[in-house]
Design a protein around this ligand. Structure first.
Ligand code: GLP
Length: 241
């Protein structure tokens, strides 16, 4: 595990974008796993800037999103469909056919999750998976206590996740209670992991992730076992390591 500690959110974003960019320049048809949340926003902005400078091209890139809330319309501003389109896809030359995001409005969730795993496999697996981290250690929406052996699945969100994600919704009551997420097993199978963390509220969980025991109680701790994981951590989030 390679840990890069940087001075600011801006520096984290620039560093993360340069890692993604390097990967895309080596392999233009790279399969990129995308994350949402506040943390990677700056990185997406930097990638858009690089695209405008013609330093990176997304025409052949395949995108798989980590997760999506259940029963939330893709047009809803809090949906991860909206987030990805609004913050990234609409600004670069990503091809519609190459974008895969779990459908939180699917009539049959079992079929949806099965299909997603098959699609990932059919595209050759994830080359580079971008990850944020929840304050309780979740990656994607893999909550503490869940098995490390899961593929894409449906998850009931824990109270701590609902509380911390409520800042993005009009009220706590508006936060969906369930989500579809790529599983820990699917994430760990990516050829490379890039985890970003920012802000003092992530300091304890970053410590647990990097220095603690590898345990389903801290889902992100699994990355200790990954042979090619890079963590770009802003200094306040790295305060305890
Ligand atoms: C959500 C997402 C995660 C993300 C986490 C942290 O729960 N499902 O993928 O990593 O939030 O978000 P933030 O970056 O806003 O702290």
């Amino acid at each position: 595990m390679k840990i890069i500690i940087v001075d600011s959110y801006e520096e984290m974003s620039i560093k993360a974008a340069s890692i993604v960019q390097r990967q895309l320049n080596i392999k233009p048809d790279c399969v990129l796993g995308c994350a949402t949340g506040h943390t990677p926003l700056g990185m997406y902005k930097e990638l858009i800037k690089a695209y405008r400078r013609k330093e990176v091209d997304f025409e052949q890139t395949v995108f798989f999103n980590l997760d999506e809330y259940c029963n939330i319309d893709p047009k809803n501003k809090q949906s991860y469909h909206y987030y990805m389109n609004h913050n990234f896809f609409a600004h670069v030359n990503a091809k519609r056919d190459n974008i895969f995001i779990l459908n939180g409005m699917a009539k049959d969730f079992d079929q949806e999750i099965k299909m997603y795993d098959q699609q990932i496999k059919a595209k050759g697996g994830i080359d580079l998976q971008i990850l944020g981290i929840g304050e309780n250690g979740h990656i994607g929406f893999n909550e503490p206590g869940e098995s490390f052996e899961t593929g894409t699945h449906i998850v009931q969100l824990q109270e701590s996740t609902i509380n911390s994600n409520s800042k993005y919704f009009p009220s706590k009551e508006d936060v969906p209670t369930a989500a579809l997420t790529m599983g820990t097993k699917s994430i760990i199978q990516a050829r490379m992991l890039l985890l970003l963390a920012n802000g003092p509220e992530k300091a304890s969980v970053v410590y647990e992730t990097v220095k603690g025991k590898v345990t389903p109680q801290v889902p992100a701790s699994i990355i200790q076992l990954h042979p090619n994981a890079v963590l770009v951590i802003e200094k306040s989030a790295a305060a305890f390591i």
